[in-house]
Design a protein around this ligand. Structure first.
Ligand SMILES: [Fe+2]
Ligand SMILES: [Fe+2]
Length: 372
C-alpha cells in the first residue's frame, strides 16, 4: 500500500473528526505521555487579594438569603480555566479550595453532597458547625472534616467575622459525573450528641474507645490547634525530615487512615532557616500559610509566601520549602489527593538528587495584588 501524502493524511484526520472518530497514530504520544503533563500550573494567591474580594462579597451578599447559600471565594488555577464552569473550581485537577467568611448572626443552611469537604479555621471566634448532628466549635487553627454525604451547616454566634479555608474534591467528583446535592428540609438539623462530642471522646489522643474497634466514618470531627501543636512539638525534639521539616497528617483515630477518605491533610512546621530538599510526586497539594514567611521553589520558580497566602502544587512538580525567618517557625497547612492516588495505585515519588537536593532558581513568581 502506498503511504498517504501529508496533505491527504491531514484531510483524513479531518474526515475522521467530522464523524467523531480519532486517529490513534496521531494521538498515541499524547495518550501515553512519558511523564505527566499537568494542566494546572504552580500558582500562588496573596492573602491581601483574597481579603479584598471577600470584603466586597460581604457588602454584596448576605449568607442564607437568595442565592448566597455560602459566601466563599475559590481559587482557580489559571491552567484549568478552559474547563467549565470555572474549571470546576480546581486549584488542582482534583482539589477545590476556597476562603469562606460568615458574619456575626449569619447561618449557612444545612445541605449534603457527594463532594467531601474539610475546613481549616483561619481567624475569628464564635462560629460553630453542625456535622451529622454534632455541634462543633470553630477555633483558629482547628481542622474539621465533613466526609461526603454528611449533613453540614455553619453559624456565627460571635461578634466578629469568622474566616476559614474550605477544601473539597469537587473537580474530581465533577470529572467522574457523580455529583449529587440535597438540601435539609428544615432550617437547622437537630443536634443529636453533646457539643464537641467526638473530640471529647478522643481526649486522650493515643487510645481508642473500645466501641470504635468497628471503624467510625467520623470518629473525630474537630482536630484542635492545641493538640496539633503538641504533636509537632513532640516531633521537634528530634531531627526534622530533610524534605518536610516536622509534618503530621490528620487521621481518623478509629482506623489510622486519613481523616477524610478522599482528601488528605497535613500540618507542617518548618523550623527557623529550614531549607528543605526538593522532591516531586503525582499527588497534588493546596497549601495555606498558617504562620510565618518563606518561599517554595516549584519547577525552578521561587514563590514567596507569608501568613494567609495560598499556593497550588500540581502533579509531578519539583518543590522545596524554605523558612526565611531566623527566629520564628513557619506553619504550612496543606490538603492533598494522596488518598485517591493510593486507592488506584498511582502514587509515585522521586527525590531531587542534583545540586545537593536544591533546584537552581530560574525565576521569581509575581503574584496578583489587590487593586489600590
Ligand atoms: Fe457543603
Ligand atoms: Fe511534597
Amino acid at each position: 500500500m502506498n503511504q498517504l501524502w501529508p496533505q491527504e493524511l491531514e484531510r483524513f484526520h479531518a474526515e475522521l473528526e467530522a464523524v467523531n472518530l480519532g486517529p490513534l497514530w496521531a494521538s498515541i504520544a499524547a495518550f501515553n505521555s512519558v511523564e505527566p503533563k499537568a494542566k494546572p500550573i504552580p500558582y500562588l494567591w496573596k492573602r491581601a487579594l483574597i481579603e479584598q474580594k471577600l470584603e466586597k462579597a460581604k457588602r454584596l451578599l448576605e449568607v442564607g438569603i437568595g442565592s448566597a447559600e455560602r459566601r466563599a471565594v475559590f481559587l482557580i488555577n489559571p491552567g484549568m480555566k478552559d474547563l467549565q464552569p470555572y474549571g470546576w473550581g480546581g486549584a488542582t485537577q482534583t482539589l477545590y479550595a476556597a476562603v469562606q467568611v460568615v458574619n456575626p448572626g449569619e447561618h449557612a443552611p444545612p445541605h449534603r453532597h457527594t463532594s467531601a469537604a474539610l475546613r481549616f479555621v483561619m481567624k475569628g471566634q464564635g462560629a460553630f458547625g453542625i456535622v451529622d448532628g454534632e455541634r462543633i466549635p470553630f477555633e483558629p487553627g482547628d481542622y474539621l472534616v465533613t466526609p461526603d454525604g454528611s449533613w453540614h451547616e455553619h453559624m456565627n454566634e460571635g461578634n466578629e467575622p469568622v474566616v476559614w479555608m474550605d477544601c473539597l474534591d469537587t473537580p474530581f467528583v465533577m470529572a467522574m459525573n457523580v455529583s449529587f446535592t440535597e438540601f435539609y428540609p428544615d432550617r437547622q438539623q437537630p443536634v443529636r450528641v453533646p457539643i464537641d462530642y467526638s473530640a471529647r471522646r478522643y481526649a486522650g489522643g493515643m487510645v481508642r474507645p473500645v466501641s470504635d474497634r468497628k471503624p467510625r466514618r467520623i470518629a473525630l470531627a474537630r482536630y484542635t490547634w492545641q493538640r496539633t501543636c503538641q504533636a509537632l512539638d513532640g516531633l521537634s525534639e528530634f531531627d526534622p525530615d530533610p524534605v518536610e521539616g516536622f509534618a503530621v497528617e490528620y487521621i481518623n483515630p478509629s482506623t489510622g487512615r486519613d481523616a477524610d477518605g478522599r482528601i488528605g491533610a497535613w500540618m507542617q512546621k518548618l523550623p527557623p532557616r529550614f531549607r528543605g530538599r526538593a522532591h516531586r510526586h503525582v499527588h497534588t497539594c493546596v497549601y495555606y500559610v498558617h504562620r510565618g514567611r518563606g518561599y517554595t521553589v516549584m519547577n525552578g520558580v521561587r514563590f514567596d509566601w507569608e501568613e494567609g497566602d495560598f499556593f497550588a502544587l500540581p502533579a509531578w512538580t519539583w518543590h522545596e520549602h524554605v523558612n526565611l525567618s531566623d527566629a520564628e517557625d513557619a506553619y504550612l497547612f496543606s490538603t492533598n489527593d494522596l488518598p485517591l492516588m493510593e486507592a488506584f495505585d498511582f502514587e509515585r515519588q522521586e527525590d531531587y538528587t542534583e545540586h545537593d537536593g536544591h533546584q537552581p532558581i530560574t525565576g521569581v513568581f509575581t503574584p496578583l495584588m489587590p487593586e489600590p
